[in-house]
Ligand binder design. Structure first.
Ligand SMILES: *Cc1c(COP(=O)(O)O)cnc(C)c1O
Length: 353
């Protein structure tokens, strides 16, 4: 037998979560599958999400792989092309591209082909990450409309606070004002905006995290939103021992036993993608029951308190996150967000569909 860790991917949960998107917005769905579908496996996730009207990702090679696997949907590069030599590939494989900068416009000028590129014009409405400044938009729009290589233009922006109290109002108003004069499809909403602000839905929504069954909000759980976790990371206890009062656990002895206690060692560490910053007390399931981690997470192992679980022993199943234990709860204990944990699953973890 082999090391007991594995990530189980529940493709029916992915389809359930896509239906939640469908029920929430009547827009076309651009399923965001960047970062290897948030760690879930690009092609398997795309197959399960085949009802979506589009896929969004970053790497042109992944876009080509999707086409070669037979996907006919719109495929969008969220950061667009990086070098001019990608442009023929975009045309050949009918891959849509974000254009967010004058650098990209200049590369487009060097590309003579007629009516082939579907362009998503990204407007910076306040995120200040990618996109043209509001005052650039009219000139860029004119330029793109007149450009021989440009087919349909979609107008897009991205929100910085859709998951927080501040919301989207300011950016939404700015976007509406800037785009009011154009007849073009629009796309604004990530998962948080999709769930909370119907006014952002427009022609295309761009859900990511909610498809994978995690909530984008700190104050609302995935279950309340009708979402089911897609990835469940499991392992087993591979060693059990008794500690005396004063004994310490793991590197730097961060956890010290106040009294005699029983602990277990789990075959999962940061080299599997478990967050090293998860503090003592991070939730973890042993035999399906809620337990706590102890001390520092090491490369290949972590420790769990077993005093309250006399039945737990070597071979007992452990859930690190997923079904029965929201990945958001583990992320919070590690000072991060669910997105980072899901994406960080490493290549050595066997994935089972
Ligand atoms: C990642 C991303 C999304 C999806 O965001 P979620 O919060 O995961 O729903 C949508 N749009 C853009 C531009 C993105 O980069």
């Amino acid at each position: 037998m082999s090391r007991p860790i594995q990530a189980r991917i529940d493709l029916s949960a992915l389809q359930n979560n896509l239906r939640v998107v469908r029920r929430t917005a009547s827009s076309r769905i651009m399923a965001v599958i960047k970062a290897n579908a948030y760690g879930h496996g690009l092609l398997r996730a795309a197959e399960a999400l085949n009802e979506a009207e589009g896929f969004a990702l970053l790497d042109v090679r992944d876009a080509v792989a999707l086409r070669e696997a037979g996907f006919r949907q719109t495929i969008l590069l969220l950061e667009g092309f990086f070098t001019a030599d990608e442009l023929p590939l975009l045309a050949e494989y009918e891959i849509s591209t974000v254009i967010h900068s004058t650098h990209q416009l200049a590369m487009l000028d060097a590309y003579p082909r007629r009516n082939t590129l579907q362009v998503w014009l990204k407007i910076n409405t306040g995120m200040n990450r990618l996109g043209f400044a509001p005052e650039q938009v009219p000139a860029v729009m004119e330029k793109l409309k007149a450009h021989k290589a440009v087919g349909e233009i979609t107008l897009m922006t991205h929100f910085s606070h859709a998951d927080e109290a501040e919301g989207v109002a300011e950016q939404l108003e700015r976007f509406k004002g800037l785009t009011a004069g154009y007849r073009a499809p629009r796309s604004l909403a990530n998962s948080a905006a999709l769930l909370r602000y119907p006014a952002t839905h427009s022609e295309w929504v761009r859900p990511g995290i909610m498809l994978y069954g995690a909530s984008p909000f700190a104050d609302t759980g995935a279950q309340q939103l009708g979402l089911r976790p897609v990835m469940t990371l499991t392992s087993e206890i591979i060693s059990v021992r008794e500690l005396k009062a004063g004994d310490r656990v793991g590197y730097a002895g961060l956890h010290r036993a106040d009294a005699a206690m029983r602990i277990g060692t789990v075959a999962c560490g940061y080299a599997d993608g478990y967050p090293r910053h998860a503090t003592t007390g991070t939730p973890i399931l042993v035999n399906g029951q809620l337990a706590r981690t102890l001390g520092r997470v090491s490369m290949d192992m972590l420790s769990v308190g077993l005093s309250r679980f006399p039945d737990a022993d070597v071979g007992s199943p452990v859930t690190l996150w997923g079904a029965g234990l929201p990945v958001e709860d583990v992320a919070r204990a590690a000072g991060t967000i669910s997105y980072e944990l899901l994406c960080a699953l490493t290549a050595r973890v066997p994935v089972v569909y």
